[in-house]
Design a protein around this ligand. Structure first.
Ligand SMILES: [Zn+2]
Length: 232
């Protein structure tokens, strides 16, 4: 991948998981372990616009008016990412001779517009400079999500062992965050990131590819059921 493509991929990944990070800041927030990131940027923007507005209202309220306990580690990751996203978007705007987006107001925790702006207007000249910044944001997001989801069981059917709820998010030795299948599971070698204790393991970076497999398998099983109904 070129630097530019890599930076864009990292930024889009952070954008896709940003709502989870912000939701997880509140201890009572619903955890959504599974995000679909294959939507186009435009579709995602449209779909999330309303949700983001609602979330901003909520977060502004919780920061300003109530002493609700927040997960400090997650909150500081969110704030740090927001600052980086704002800085990156400003640098990209200045380089491209475009207007700089207004800085986020206090209590406004939405990095999405800055990430989208940076991803849209970044060019080859700036890509090499931006690559380590975007990578750091990606890693920071992944490690915060890992803290949120560690130990969680995913409510999906493993496409390879066809068993439900056998995928668990685990932090493995070396700080690798991964999905581990606890079923009787032997996926083809080209589909497995690595193995741990005889179990197939997929690092967090593989999650989107896994989501595609899960969705494809679900579609196939729906079609089989539909065909069965038609036949009977
Ligand atoms: Zn499995």
């Amino acid at each position: 991948m070129s630097d530019l493509a890599e930076v864009r991929a990292d930024l889009e990944w952070v954008m896709a998981y940003w709502p989870d990070l912000v939701d997880a800041r509140l201890p009572m927030a619903t955890k959504r372990p599974w995000r679909q990131t294959e939507l186009t940027l435009e579709a995602r923007a449209e779909q999330d616009a309303q949700a983001r507005l609602e979330r901003i209202d909520r977060t502004a309220l919780s920061l300003g008016e109530s002493p609700a306990p927040v997960d400090v580690v997650i909150l500081s990751a969110v704030l740090d990412l927001l600052v980086r996203a704002d800085d990156l978007a400003a640098a990209v705007a200045e380089h491209a001779g475009l207007p700089v987006l207004p800085a986020p107001r206090p209590g406004e925790l939405d990095a999405w517009p800055y990430l989208a702006y940076a991803a849209a207007h970044l060019d080859e000249d700036l890509a090499e400079w931006a690559a380590p910044i975007a990578r750091r944001m990606y890693e920071q997001t992944a490690s915060a999500l890992a803290m949120i989801h560690d130990g969680q069981t995913l409510d999906v059917v493993c496409p390879w062992c066809s068993t439900t709820a056998v995928w668990r998010v685990q932090e493995l030795p070396g700080g690798i965050v991964a999905i581990v299948c606890h079923g009787e599971c032997e996926p083809p070698l080209n589909e497995v990131g690595t193995w741990w204790g005889g179990r197939p393991v997929w690092p967090i970076t593989d999650w989107e590819r896994l989501a595609h497999h899960v969705q494809a398998a679900e579609k196939r099983s729906r079609e089989t059921v539909a065909r069965g109904k038609m036949a009977s």
